[in-house]
Write a protein that binds this ligand. Structure first.
Ligand SMILES: Cc1ncc(COP(=O)(O)O)c(C=O)c1O
Length: 296
């Protein structure tokens, strides 16, 4: 916290912190995995770049460089002595006075690191999940910054997630303000339809690093892929659907709104990409070793 290592229980903030009241923070979710050469962080520089961009979109200056943040993240992984896990950096406005005006408020930076098994469950990764199309729309780019991982944005995700769980589903799919498929509460989405891999092209989609990794993998493998608008009925009639993100990795979707997707089992393309992804993050695919930062 603020450039010092702090024991877990002492990592505290003032109750009147601006971020706590108004959602004025930006964050990242990053994973590190075991490889034969030791632990490695997946796409560290890209995550740190998005973190700094998020803060810039939010309109604030940051005293730390991307290089300094990367170094701090590596050091935090080291002191926690974990082989595999999740890293949560957060930049947020602290307490000085009450009121909405953020001018001159103290900027805090914290990096936490902890064990984090499969976000939607081990079984979900192997067997797939059931989704609903949410009654909540994904945030609109005129009112919230959809390309920034701002903490305040996530009320939208939490509302959709709660509704989804309350109704007995595993995850929610949000449509954008025009009614096209956007993404999930913390994951991007892909489908296979008429033999083509498709991911929604909507102004509201977060530019997920897992999504971009998948797009790069399929480009290299020459798998026909499109970024285009997707409708709800195209999801229902897809051969395969999967969600992807740092937390959820690549998780098949086998049912949406009580309609089986394809055969009702994880599809071939999904499982091939999942296997490739896990090989890459565990350092078993030399073509993508530039995506890994080894912890020495
Ligand atoms: C709303 C949202 N969409 C998509 C993603 C997936 O992004 P990434 O692959 O960079 O983790 C995340 C997670 O960061 C997210 O919060």
């Amino acid at each position: 916290m603020d450039e010092k290592f702090v024991p877990w229980k002492k990592a505290q903030v003032h109750v009147l912190s601006h971020a706590l009241h108004y959602g004025t923070g930006v964050f990242e979710g990053i994973r590190f995995y075991k490889t034969k050469k030791g632990s490695a962080i997946f796409r560290l520089q890209d995550h740190v770049h998005r973190l700094v961009e998020s803060w810039k979109i939010f309109g604030e200056e940051l005293a730390l460089s991307e290089k300094q943040l990367c170094k701090a993240i590596i050091e935090t992984v080291k002191v926690n002595k974990l082989k595999e896990g999740y890293i949560r950096p957060l930049i947020f406005l602290g307490y000085d006075r009450m009121g909405l005006d953020p001018t001159g408020l103290p900027v805090h930076v914290m990096i936490a690191c902890f064990e984090f098994p499969a976000y939607l469950g081990e079984k979900a990764v192997r067997q797939g999940i059931h989704c609903n199309v949410s009654s909540f729309s994904r945030i609109h780019p005129n009112s919230m910054m959809t390309k920034a991982k701002c903490t305040g944005n996530y009320i939208n995700s939490v509302l959709a997630k709660r509704e989804s769980k309350d109704e007995g589903y595993d995850e929610a799919i949000l449509l954008d303000h025009q009614g096209f498929v956007s993404e999930c509460t913390g994951e991007n989405l892909f489908l296979v339809r008429k033999g083509k891999l498709i991911t929604p092209q909507s102004a509201t989609v977060l530019e997920g690093i897992t999504r971009e990794s998948i797009l790069e993998i399929v480009r290299k493998e020459k798998i026909p892929t499109l970024e285009e608008t997707v409708t709800r009925d195209e999801l229902y009639s897809a051969e395969e659907v999967f969600v992807c993100g740092t937390a959820a990795e690549i998780t098949p979707v086998i049912e949406i709104d009580h309609r089986s997707i394809g055969s009702g089992k994880p599809g071939k393309v999904t499982m091939h990409l999942q296997k490739t992804f896990f090989e890459i993050v565990h350092g078993e695919n030399s073509k993508y070793k530039h995506w890994l930062t080894l912890i020495k």
